[in-house]
Design a protein around this ligand. Structure first.
Ligand code: GAP
Length: 545
């Protein structure tokens, strides 16, 4: 299969209810997305896997869920008020605003096929733009009543360090884990859920003795790589980028970025930073008595010294911090990218190949001539469409994604093309999402061979109810199509197992021994096995990990 494009992922997400553009019926809100019925399950499964591995399966971790709104002083002493900025430039010609360090990833507003700088644009000098969103707390809007929406979950952990220590009696090294929303007023949100203005993070702040931070930094890098691999990301698609000193965040002594091969290329999935004593030191009072190594903002507002009493040396020390910080949304995008697969399962009749190729050519000609769509939409449609037509018939499954791209719905011939390609796809292709069963939104789909056969329906409904009973296997019942079409639908959303109840189950088939058995179909191999109903739970549980 050719490399997965972002359009294919976006199209699958929209079509099957994983992810929708935010506030769509009002024209959307840039940089926001809503997770639909399947997306919320996938995202919850990812977060549950992270929590299980990092909190439940370790002996050195506590969990936390801190408020999103925090006292403004948090962001003064964390350094975010001063340094959480991106360089912003204005173009005096097209009036666009761009991140100066990401011009290569932006589009000129007047000539969308060009990047800013490739056009006749003239830019202002870069100026710092603080990415924190402000909101008002309480009924009176004055200079003192605002707060920020947190741009990272980390600070909620640091300000609670003393509370967690006092209530759990933890000894170093130990960590605090948190999952939650973060908000950043990104200058150019782009690339679907990769760079958004509202997102979720899974963060660990791991506290160690000064001097032990480098060893723990390496250890966490290995742990986090192994975890992502265990979720199904292949080693070829992951690499480690040691961030050079000139690119380090203000708090970091050293950072490894864990990069994943997204459809847009290798980009950051998770950062693993060595934050020294910067954080606990910056939020502490009486900093001059703490012997800090990091340069912090003098703090006369904190009421606490965020230190750890070391019984071995009889001294208060400021622990150093290692921080593995992963994006949930980028994790979801990585899993979808890794799992997405299009397979040709049958030959396509030559006359069908011919009619689809003709319909695609006619569609692209119409795109080229159409004046209702923008130049950017035209360029993007032609670029994708031509790539598809060079790779027919293997690229047949990419045609629906082409027809879902911005502007495509204005092209009348798009309907004809869809009408030609859909039967070919049904007949000869399947899209499969190879998600690990633990991550799949639906674990089992129970399908009656005949929806108007009361005995078959009754058994199928009972199986669904029994499998769902203990809440470990999200199971659905589906009788809305022929079996072949239902299998394809479940393959596309990553359901690892389909169970079919048929006449053999009733003891009315050719082989009476098959009474009280069902067919279990495996998503990846498409193999089918006959399994006694009484053994279903054990059979599935063994294959669900
Ligand atoms: N506490 C450290 C911290 O926030 P970061 O590298 O800025 O570090 C950590 O963010 C992770 O959060 C990133 O690796 C990425 O996965 C995710 N992330 C950051 N900004 C994002 C955005 N605008 N949209 C989606 N995910 C984002």
């Amino acid at each position: 299969m050719p490399a997965v494009t972002m359009d294919q992922i976006v199209s699958l997400c929209k079509r099957r209810g994983f992810i929708f553009p935010g506030s769509e019926i009002y024209g959307g809100l840039q940089g926001t997305y809503d997770y639909g019925p399947l997306g919320v399950e996938l995202k919850n499964n990812l977060k549950a896997a992270w929590w299980r591995a990092n909190v439940y399966e370790r002996d050195d971790m506590e969990g936390l869920d801190a408020a999103i709104l925090m006292n403004r002083l948090t962001w003064k002493y964390s350094g975010h008020e001063e340094t959480f900025v991106d360089p912003l430039v204005d173009c005096l010609v097209c009036k666009g605003r761009f991140r100066a360090d990401r011009l290569h990833d932006s589009r000129c507003l007047r000539h969308p096929s060009k990047r800013p700088g490739e056009c006749e644009g003239q830019f202002t000098e870069p100026r710092p733009f603080n990415m924190m969103f402000k909101t008002q707390v309480g009924p009176v809007a004055d200079a003192d009543s605002f707060a920020y929406l947190r741009p990272e979950t980390a600070q909620g952990i640091f300000v609670n360090f003393g509370n967690v220590l006092a209530t759990t009696s933890r000894k170093l090294p130990f960590g605090i884990a948190q999952i939650g929303k973060a908000f950043r007023n990104e200058i150019n949100p782009r690339n679907f859920i990769f760079r958004v203005r509202e997102f979720e993070q899974m963060e660990i702040e791991y506290f160690v003795r000064p001097g032990e931070e480098d060893a723990w930094h390496e250890r966490w890098l290995e742990e986090r790589l192994a975890w992502w691999r265990n979720l199904g990301l292949s080693s070829d698609n992951l690499h480690v980028y040691p961030v050079p000193p000139s690119e380090l965040a203000h708090y970091s002594k050293a950072t490894y970025d864990l990069m994943y091969r997204f459809p847009i290329g290798f980009e950051e999935l998770e950062g693993i930073a060595s934050r020294s004593d910067y954080d606990l030191g910056s939020h502490s009072k009486e900093q001059e008595r703490l012997g800090l190594t990091a340069r912090v903002i003098p703090n006369n507002d904190s009421t606490e010294r965020l230190t750890y009493f070391d019984q071995a040396t009889n001294q208060h020390i400021v622990p150093f911090v290692i921080e593995p910080s992963a994006g949930v949304d980028r994790g979801v995008l990585a899993l979808l990218t890794e799992g997405y697969d299009e397979q040709q399962v049958k030959a396509i009749r030559p006359e069908r190949q011919h009619t689809v190729a003709e319909a695609l050519t006619a569609f692209l000609k119409s795109v080229d001539r159409n004046e209702k769509i923008s130049a950017e939409q035209r360029d993007a449609l032609l670029e994708r469409g031509e790539a598809i037509s060079r790779d027919l018939p293997a690229a047949f499954p990419q045609i629906p994604a082409l027809l879902d791209m911005p502007g495509a719905s204005s092209i009348e011939l798009g309907k004809k093309l869809r009408g030609q390609v859909e039967p070919a796809l049904d007949e000869a292709f399947r899209t499969v999402l190879h998600l690990k069963p633990a991550l799949a939104p639906i674990k089992v789909a129970v399908l009656p061979l005949k929806r108007n056969q009361p005995d078959i329906v009754a058994i199928a409904r009972q199986i669904r109810k029994d499998l769902q009973a203990d809440g470990t296997m999200r199971t659905i019942y589906d009788d809305t199509g022929a079996i072949g079409r239902l299998y394809r639908r479940q393959d596309e959303i990553g359901t690892p197992f389909c169970i079919t109840v048929d006449f053999d189950t009733l003891g009315q088939g050719k082989e009476p021994v098959l009474q009280q058995t069902v067919t279990v179909r495996d998503r990846d191999s498409m193999d089918q096995e006959r399994v006694p109903i009484a053994e279903l739970r054990t059979y599935l549980a063994e294959r669900m990990r």
